[in-house]
Design a protein around this ligand. Structure first.
Ligand code: PEP
Ligand code: MG
Length: 589
């Protein structure tokens, strides 16, 4: 984050813009980094004080939970008092409380330290028990522990109280699971201290149309809940106490943006065909079930990337076959007549979940992620494959494997697909036996062996988010090295070209479904490189359609011939930008 700029009472902070839009309302500072708990020895006379602190923290946490429970029940119009019941049981759990008190007397350490130790021991023990109900309680205990400790440390924000009003969240970080749970009625935007443009949190913010900024280092300390803030997700500016002049200026910006959106509405039903007649299939990426509506509403040709991780997040047990089948069937039906490409589970990396008991890893993006996890856990994988095969009888459904590094993995995955078919056949359950299978091209080794892969799949979808990360060895969620994350680097152009050439030489189509596909400044480059399909967040479909309709393939190809001979990524970006500005300036800036 740049140093804040001050004018009058107004202060501006600049970070990385990751989801467009403008929001103006009170801020809620929350989800701070896990609190540091230090050990402090206490004297015997301090003991009653520590016990009293503990009791007050439990009472305050209980009140906070009850308050939240009531507000959530009101907000979702339900009397269902069971929300947070399990959490409340934790603060009232005599066994846990008594153990804390006993250890406090015995060890004579500060109560937050003791409480944390006891709660952790509980979590570890419960996590090992083969009982779904008990394992589910681990999540509750962890959440309650965090709340109690914040009260003990005097750091409870009180921010929860404003959750039933519109607000902007400011946090150290939001995980994809946190983001999936955001209440869109009240959360108008969010800003985080860390993060990056291609993290799954940022991708979700764009899909959910929540304006967002990341990389605002130290912002949690600069603001307090209730501050009046304007968040500009176009430029990555967070403005504290915006002046009347600033608000007026943003009013004008918003009207101009709305005008563009209205104009784009007019092309919703038209085809994404270039001026010289090449149809580029333009489909939508879906991360959460509520996005299904936006697919045809934004004029997309079906779903080019249906990420299935949402099904596994924020829960204690993975979804069973029937639950998954219902979701996939809905996607198949809603994406008619164009169809849906369901990507098999890509858990790991920045997407973690209690439900799959993933071990802690030193380098999660290089670890047991996506197809690697699935091949090591064939029952989980086959449950998903069977659900997809069944859903494929309800529409045009294709399967896509993520993170394929080469032919062996593809063949192993296909062998499990055949086993899944055989299992369904034995059960006598209807399924589609000839489902098309494609792979994500997102690891350099897959690009380098794309000719092998292309002979055994029906299509390629280039995942530029990961392909860029793995080509440059740049962690895609680390904003400190975000400057190295470079889609127009000659290495990336060559990678895409190799994958496209291998696909076409083997008669299969190739798309791009990473975030690069939704950047209209880069559409001339991707079209010139020969991709047949782009899959983007629904909301940007109209912009990308406008870009495609304004370009000529022949000119894009000519530009790419020049670009491929260039050494400088900025110059390559400029080439594409110049053509974008010339052809569709109104959406290029
Ligand atoms: C990608 O890597 O480009 C991609 C589309 O997949 P994800 O962002 O889910 O890793
Ligand atoms: Mg990926």
């Amino acid at each position: 984050m740049e140093a804040p700029k001050t004018a009058g009472n107004e202060q501006r902070f600049t970070g990385i813009p990751v989801a467009p839009g403008i929001a103006h309302c009170a801020v809620v500072v929350q989800w701070e980094e896990d609190e540091e708990i230090t050990l402090r020895k206490i004297e015997p006379q301090e003991l009653p004080g520590e016990i009293a602190r503990f009791e007050s923290a439990l009472i305050a946490t209980r009140a906070e939970l009850l308050d939240t429970q009531q507000r959530i029940a009101r907000a979702i119009g339900s009397n269902d008092a069971s929300i947070f019941d399990a959490h409340l049981l934790v603060v009232e759990d005599r066994t846990l409380i008594d153990e804390v008190l006993r250890n406090l007397e015995r060890e004579r350490s500060n109560v937050e330290y003791i409480f944390h130790q006891v709660a952790e021991k509980y979590c570890r023990t419960l996590a090992q028990i083969d009982d779904p109900f008990l394992r589910e309680r681990v999540v509750d205990i962890e959440d309650v522990t965090r709340r109690v400790i914040r009260h003990l440390l005097g750091k409870a924000t009180g921010g929860m109280a404003s959750h039933d009003r519109q607000h902007i969240i400011v946090a150290h970080n939001l995980s994809p699971s946190n983001t999936a749970q955001l209440n869109r009625e009240f959360v108008m935007g969010f800003a985080t201290e860390i993060g990056s443009k291609t993290s799954h949190t940022a991708i979700m913010a764009r899909s959910l149309e929540i304006p967002a900024i990341v990389g605002l280092h130290g912002i949690c300390r600069q603001l307090i809940s209730g501050d009046d803030v304007l968040l500009d997700g176009y430029t990555g500016t967070l403005i504290l106490n915006p002046s009347p002049e600033t608000l007026a200026e943003y009013g004008r910006i918003e009207s101009a943006k709305e005008e563009v959106v209205e104009k784009l509405e007019l092309i919703r039903e038209t085809k994404s065909t270039t001026l010289d007649g090449r149809h580029i299939v333009l489909s939508a990426n879906v991360d959460l079930p509520e996005e299904l509506e936006g697919v045809s509403a934004n004029g997309a040709e079906g779903i080019g990337l249906y990420r299935t991780e949402f099904l596994y997040l924020n829960r204690a047990e993975p979804p069973d076959e029937d639950e998954q089948f219902e979701h996939y069937r809905l996607a198949a039906e809603r994406s008619q007549p164009h169809g849906v490409i369901i990507r098999t589970l890509d858990i790991g990396g920045d997407k973690t979940t209690q439900s799959l008991h993933l071990p802690e890893e030193q380098n999660p993006f290089l670890g047991c992620r996506a197809i690697r996890f699935c091949l090591q856990n064939p029952e989980i994988f086959k449950t998903q494959l069977r659900a997809i095969l069944r859903a494929a009888t309800f529409g045009d459904v294709k399967i896509m494997y993520p993170m394929i590094s080469g032919l062996e993995e593809l063949r192993q995955a296909n062998a499990l697909l055949e086993e899944s078919k055989a299992e369904l056949a034995t059960r006598g359950v209807p399924f589609h036996p000839y489902i098309e299978v494609g792979v994500m091209i997102e690891i350099p080794s897959a690009v380098l062996t794309a000719d092998h892969l292309a002979r055994e799949v029906a299509f390629f979808s280039i995942g530029t988010n990961d392909l860029i990360q793995y080509t440059f060895a740049v962690d895609r969620v680390n904003d400190r090295i975000a400057h190295l994350y470079n889609p127009t680097h000659p290495a990336i152009l060559r990678m895409i070209k190799m994958a496209v050439d291998a696909a076409h030489a083997n008669g299969i189509w190739v798309g791009v479904c990473g975030e690069m596909a939704g950047d209209v400044l880069l559409t001339p480059l991707l079209l010139g490189l020969g991709v047949d399909k782009l899959s983007v967040t629904s909301v940007v479909v109209p912009r990308v359609k406008k870009a495609i309709q304004s370009l000529e393939i022949s000119r894009c190809e000519e530009m790419v011939r020049t670009a491929l001979a260039m050494e400088d990524s900025t110059a390559i970006a400029q080439l594409s930008l110049a053509q974008a500005r010339e052809r569709y300036a109104e959406i290029a800036d």
